[in-house]
Design a protein around this ligand. Sequence first.
Ligand code: C2E
Ligand code: MG
Ligand code: MG
Ligand code: MG
Length: 297
Amino acid sequence: MAKADGKGRYRWFRPSMRTAVVSRHQLKSDLERAAERGEFQVHYQPIVDLRTGRPVAAEALVRWVHPERGLLFPETFISEAENSGIINEIGRLVLRHACAHVGGWQQHVERKPGEPPFAVAVNLSPAQFAQPDLVAQIDEAVEAAGIDPNSLILEITETMMLQGSDRVLRTLDLLSGFGVRLAMDDFGTGYASLASLRKLPIDIIKIAKTFTDDITGNEEKSPFVRAMIELGEALGLVTLAEGVETAQQARELERLGCRLGQGYHFARPVPSAGIELLLQRYAEQQAGLAKVIAFPA
Ligand code: C2E
Ligand code: MG
Ligand code: MG
Ligand code: MG
């Protein structure tokens, strides 16, 4: 089969292209069915205070439990979900589950005075962000779960924030005013200017894994990480490093003044019950420690 390429020339339509088109179409209908059948699940990855090791939040990460292919990760379906609009349905589900779960977890956490509550972070894609009822959806999910709005962190990528139209800015202002916290995801991989960082109502910057990877103990290798942490601090933002895989990286980040960390070194994403267990254990450990301090042997 020959196909016009728009420049008046013809090129051969390769069989592989046909397969790609068919399987994308297939994927779209599979995604629709998966949503109907409730095959999407939410896993959560802990976020910890680098200085104390205390878990302070968990990030919601969607999974597709496929009847034949098993557990599927977002990279295999998120972009098609995004293109076909099914991401909005998935997003609503993730939001509802995340808010309900964090409400349950908070019962195992002793809230320190002056500190924000244990939170859940939810990723928002550009298509979700464009929904006119986004703020209403978030309001509803928070209400239904009976949680404080600052128990919810919304993660938005740098690129998206910087499409920086007035509408995006208005939505971010509305969300921030409502009391949810906003995080810039994958910071350093987009094009955030200093001016935009100052203008946007963000609370947290998540330093992208690729920069965390630079931390090897050799100071010369991580000037970007250090600069990002200093910038975040200077702007009064909370800095969070993604993809922390080694104890050495965790120590070095702490030394550089980074506040929070997330990565396989601390924990992999787990089902909600895993977070509950982690929080219970942490509380027990702290109680044990308090006893040791109160009654030294
Ligand atoms: P992200 O928001 O930057 O999430 C972090 C990703 O890094 C997760 O991959 C997480 O499992 C992985 N990760 C965490 N620690 C480590 C580590 O130490 N080493 C390595 N190599 N990887 C680590 P995951 O779950 O596959 O998600 C990939 C991306 O898919 C996310 O990147 C996010 O952009 C998107 N995504 C996931 N869940 C959702 C969702 O519910 N809605 C939307 N819109 N996007 C989602
Ligand atoms: Mg994220
Ligand atoms: Mg705010
Ligand atoms: Mg990220």
